[in-house]
Design a protein around this ligand. Structure first.
Ligand code: HEC
Length: 459
């Protein structure tokens, strides 16, 4: 991060805003695009096969909802991810773009094909009508294949960030191994896990919308709910099996962070909370889907809604855990979350990070007694701000409250210790570390005096 300008994101912090955007995107890409395309093509095919025009029309109604979701929210949040990733961590997205350039280029083409065929499928549905059904479904099939292919490439990149494999061992630094980066250990299991999860999720979304759209045709509801719930039920065993394979591929250090990731450090002592929450959500989904299968008429609306909420919870929690367990890295074993390469740490500890901090005004690139608080603020922005805000979410002021400058100085030296292995080490000279300590101490000085007074008052 040291040679890029820094953007502040007050109060919420970068992490939370990015998380909201990315989770929305995953919900749409999995529920509406990748899974939705497969489920609705199946449903269209099934309607054609059984000469069931009502089911055919219902499929269109659900497609209408997913179409709006995919084109509006999906596309917007997708662009949001690009822009925000560049703001948060330009060196990281820059590395990924270089390693995956041609794959991403292909993905972009496939994405355009995907959108074109979604438009064709949706916009010609009514025009072609029941007579043109055999032609129309072909658009849907191409859309489904293209959607899945974009996921193939994106999961390779996500997998690479967590399990980069042997991409650097051969001939680095002259030439990373691009084939190894693609065939990284968690690629195939995570791709298959997401594929089956997406299909099950999309079928659940279809059950939900069927509930809405079939209020005055109970027989149609029965057929459709049975059909969609069968898809979700069938998707669960492969989702679980590929999930276990995926889990087996991730580094031991990442597995060790699973509970902090799911619960935050505050609640990590209560591991049962995470287990109950995940099992509870899974049980609710199973109950609703099973009921949709055996008694499609009798599923209460509350239960159908809880099924959706549980799915959203599982998606959000999964993405949060996956992102968190990769810490302190952004690309495992290569680049830390604050954008500094592991390879450069020793050198930067010698010469300092400020020397390379092009966007820090020149008078703050050397530490003096007078400027050290201001320099410390720049160091905070360069190395801590990706994860900490000053006063908002994960506020640094809360983390150092009650510590004096010396204690903070020592704590900065052990950020990557076994107690907090998810933080990258502080990188820089001893002078720079002192400047950061001075800045952090200045943030809480008044509060510390308050704490001291309160303590006195109590004695
Ligand atoms: C990769 C993200 C990340 C980065 C970068 C990061 N931190 Fe943290 N830090 C965290 C998280 C997560 C916690 C724990 C939050 C919680 O307790 O819920 C934390 C906790 C802390 C704590 C309290 C630790 C304790 O004793 O419990 C301190 C102090 C701290 N950070 C300082 C820093 C400083 C200074 C920097 C910059 C040099 C920094 N952090 C950079 C993620 C990060």
């Amino acid at each position: 991060m040291i040679d890029y300008p820094v953007f502040e994101m007050p109060v919420l912090g970068h992490r939370l805003i990015f998380a909201i955007d990315a989770i929305l995107h995953v919900l749409i890409s999995h529920g509406a695009a990748v899974g939705g395309s497969v489920v609705l093509v199946l449903s269209q095919w099934w309607a054609i096969k059984n000469n069931d025009q009502k089911m055919y029309d219902l499929t269109y109604k659900i497609l209408f909802v997913l179409f709006i979701a995919a084109t509006a929210i999906g596309a917007l949040t997708g662009i949001g991810i690009w822009i925000h990733a560049n703001i948060i961590d330009p060196p990281a997205i820059g590395s990924l773009l270089r390693v995956f350039f041609w794959k991403w280029f292909v993905e972009w083409i496939v994405f355009n094909v995907e959108l074109i065929f979604l438009l064709l499928w949706f916009l010609t549905w009514k025009q072609l009508g029941w007579e043109g059904r055999h032609k129309n479904i072909k658009f849907g099939i191409v859309y489904a294949i293209a959607s899945w292919l974009t996921m193939v490439i994106i999961t390779a990149i996500l997998g690479f960030m967590l399990t980069p494999g042997n991409w650097l061992t051969s001939i680095f630094p002259t030439q990373p191994d691009y084939v190894a980066s693609l065939f990284n250990p968690s690629w195939i299991p995570s791709l298959m896990f997401r594929t089956f999860f997406a299909i099950g999720f999309a079928a659940a979304v279809s059950m939900y919308w069927t509930w809405w759209f079939t209020k005055d045709d109970i027989q149609l509801r029965e057929r459709a709910e049975k059909f969609f719930s069968k898809i979700t039920l069938l998707s669960i065993p492969p989702t679980v099996l590929f999930g276990l394979w995926y889990y087996s591929q991730i580094p031991q250090e990442a597995k060790a962070l699973m509970f902090v990731a799911g619960l935050t450090t505050k609640y990590v002592g209560h591991k049962e909370m995470l287990i109950f929450a995940l099992l509870g959500a899974f049980a609710l989904i199973m109950l609703a889907v099973f009921l949709f299968y055996v008694k499609p008429r009798g599923v209460p609306f509350v239960l159908a809604s809880l099924m959706m909420v549980s799915y959203v919870f599982l998606v959000a929690e999964f993405e949060r855990i996956r992102e968190f367990v990769r810490k302190p890295y952004i690309v495992y074993g290569y680049m830390y979350a604050h954008g500094i390469r592991e390879l450069d740490v020793a050198h930067l500890n010698n010469v300092g990070v400020l020397k390379y901090a092009q966007f820090v005004p020149v008078q703050y690139r050397t530490v003096t007694e007078e400027n050290k608080v201001k320099v410390g603020e720049y160091l905070f922005k360069l190395e801590c701000r990706v994860c900490h805000s000053v006063n908002g979410i994960n506020a640094i002021t809360k983390k150092v409250k009650g510590l004096d400058e010396t204690a903070i100085y020592y704590r900065i030296g052990t950020l990557n210790s076994p107690a907090t292995p998810f933080m990258p080490p502080f990188v820089g000279t001893d002078e720079e570390r002192k400047a950061l300590a001075a800045y952090l101490a200045s943030l809480v000085q008044d509060k510390n005096t308050q704490v001291a007074k309160d303590n006195k008052g109590g004695q």
